[in-house]
Structures are given as structure tokens and as C-alpha cells.
Design a protein around this ligand. Structure first.
Ligand code: 6PG
Length: 227
């Protein structure tokens, strides 16, 4: 869907909040505006449980923390009842944080692959999503729900913690928020070409869940002209 990425994303989040569900927030910078928009809607978040698709192995106050971005763009702006928040404790280090988060997911979802009602993702210029980078071994993970990534494929070059494909593809709805011409080639590879580990986002195809790709016109440029 090409158009108002921020407005459409904020409305998708609002629908999930009104329904009271499990929402996995995305890292990176693109979600910030949608977070701010939905925080201003005055919704009741008391029945909502917030998770994270990935995190950098840093503390919650670090400039690279995805939690810090969510806190300043969303959590600190929610006036009334707060959602329940499950933060990835990056400060534990990528391996220990992954183990701890998998345990937390298991505590809520039991033995089944955690099923998010809404899972938000961005897209890197290399077609990575969450912290699943091109041709990384983490892409082959089928047993663990969360893994540590010691060497990320892109800046910030700090170790990462990420949910794996089984969790991404178990979601009821996955929504990609993508803006900017620097993503056009990655968009074409992730949503135009045949799926493959060189374009991790091409492997995110929730079944039986729904996939929505929100693009602004520059990000869609290579898709639309069919190259
Ligand atoms: C992260 C993200 C990552 C991000 C993309 C897009 O922790 O870095 O989860 O997958 O979504 O890199 O980032 P931007 O939105 O900043 O372009």
C-alpha cells in the first residue's frame, strides 16, 4: 500500500489497542512518527501488551536503544492507563538477553510460537528486518524464538537481540513501515523478487496471518515500474 505510511500505521496500531492485544513494536527510526501519532489518540492501553521485535544489546537509556525510542515516542506520551510492556533487556548482553526474552515469551504464550496480534517491522536498505541480516545463520533458526546476533550487518554496529522467523510468521498481522528512496531497491528485492536469505524481509510471510506493506512513493519507486 503506497501512501500515508504514518497515518495508516497509526490506525493499524489503534485497531489492535482497541481490541486489547499483543503488539510487537519495531525498532529503527521510521516507526517514531506513527508511535507519536497513535499516542495522541487518547486510547485505553490497559488491555494491551507491548513486546519488541528486536533490540540492540544496550541499556534502556542508551542512544541506540529501541526501547528508548519507544519510550520517548509512545510510552511517555500515553496519558491514561498504561500498557503492559515486555522490554528486551539488552544490557544483559545479546545471548543472555535472548534467553531471558524467550523465557518471558514462553511465560505468556506457553509452548506454542508466540502469536502477536500485530507485529510491526521496518526494512533496512539491505533488506534486513528486525535484526535478521542477509545470509545470517539466525535466518535458519526454527527452534528458538529469540536469538542473539553478535555481528549485525548494519549500523549501529552493536550486538543485537531479535525474534526469529517462526515468531514473525506466526503473527496474525505483520505490518511493514517503509519510507524513503534509499529503501526502493530493498523493497523490490523483499516484495518483488523470489524470496531468499539475501533479502530477509522476503522470508516474512505470515501464515495464516496477514501481511501489509506500507510504503511511501519513493520507497515504492522500484516496485511500481516493475523493474
Ligand atoms: C533496528 C530495526 C531495524 C530497522 C531497519 C529500518 O533495530 O535497527 O529493528 O530492522 O527497522 O533498520 O530502520 P529505519 O527505520 O531507521 O530506516
Amino acid at each position: 500500500m503506497v501512501g500515508d505510511v504514518v497515518g495508516t500505521a497509526a490506525e493499524r496500531i489503534a485497531v489492535a489497542v482497541r481490541a486489547g492485544g499483543h503488539i510487537a513494536l519495531s525498532g529503527g527510526s521510521t516507526p517514531r512518527a506513527a508511535n507519536e501519532r497513535v499516542a495522541a489518540l487518547g486510547l485505553d492501553w490497559s488491555k494491551t501488551v507491548l513486546w519488541f521485535g528486536d533490540e540492540r544489546a544496550v541499556g534502556p537509556d542508551h542512544e541506540h536503544s529501541n526501547y528508548a525510542m519507544a519510550r520517548s515516542s509512545l510510552l511517555d506520551r500515553i496519558p491514561g492507563a498504561q500498557p503492559r510492556v515486555h522490554r528486551i533487556r539488552g544490557e544483559l548482553g545479546h545471548e543472555q538477553a535472548a534467553i531471558a526474552y524467550a523465557r518471558e515469551l514462553g511465560g505468556v504464550f506457553g509452548g506454542e510460537a508466540p502469536q502477536m496480534d500485530l507485529l510491526l517491522l521496518g526494512l533496512g536498505p539491505d533488506a534486513h528486518c528486525a535484526s535478521l541480516f542477509p545470509d545470517d545463520a539466525a535466518l535458519g533458526e526454527r527452534a528458538r524464538w529469540v536469538v542473539g546476533v553478535g555481528t549485525p550487518g548494519m549500523a549501529p554496529l552493536v550486538p543485537r537481540v531479535t525474534v526469529t522467523l517462526p515468531v514473525l510468521n506466526a503473527a496474525r498481522e505483520v505490518v511493514f513501515l517503509i519510507s524513503g528512496g534509499d529503501k526502493a531497491e530493498a523493497v523490490a528485492r523483499a516484495f518483488g523478487d523470489a524470496p531468499g536469505p539475501d533479502a530477509p524481509a522476503s522470508l516474512v510471510r505470515p501464515e495464516p496471518g496477514r501481511l501489509t506493506v506500507l510504503l511511501d512513493p519513493p520507497a515504492a519507486a522500484r516496485l511500481e515500474d516493475g523493474r
